[in-house]
Design a protein around this ligand. Sequence first.
Ligand code: RP5
Length: 166
Amino acid sequence: MDDRPTTAAPLVGILIGSPSDSATMQRASETLARLQIPCETLVRSAHRMPEETAAYARSARDRGLRVIIAGAGGAAHLAGTVAAHTRLPVLGEPLATSPLGGFDSLLATVQMPPGVPVGTLGVGAWGAKNAAHLALRILALEDAALARRIEAHAVARSRPGSRRGG
Ligand code: RP5
């Protein structure tokens, strides 16, 4: 995983706990790209890179980011740690990377204390795609052109014979 911003002006920051998370979380960046929303994907870890993770979250709004997606597996504290350091919407993506199969990641991500929300998605690739779709809908609240692209995408997906799967 290239630990650098992938565009000059990303609106969505995708954090992954490890390079080993990149294949699954690529589903999120692909979904955003399909709807023409710039994002960046970086490795940050609540446990292995706590200072860098906090610094990323604290500077995110000033850098122009509007939503952060955090994908991690196992004792998945990445999304919660990010949410502790920013008031931007944070979407947590539990990944099925440990021997416990993702239920551990789900529980580690989902039950945040009141006032420090993490919008938690489903485990694995489905959730990664839906994290992106939810980020798109958040951004579309203030972006009419994006709202139209989302609608067109949904209509195209609903046609008989279209490739489903988000
Ligand atoms: C988590 O531990 C990461 O998000 C990853 O899902 C898992 C394994 O990481 P590696 O040991 O492969 O770096 O922190």
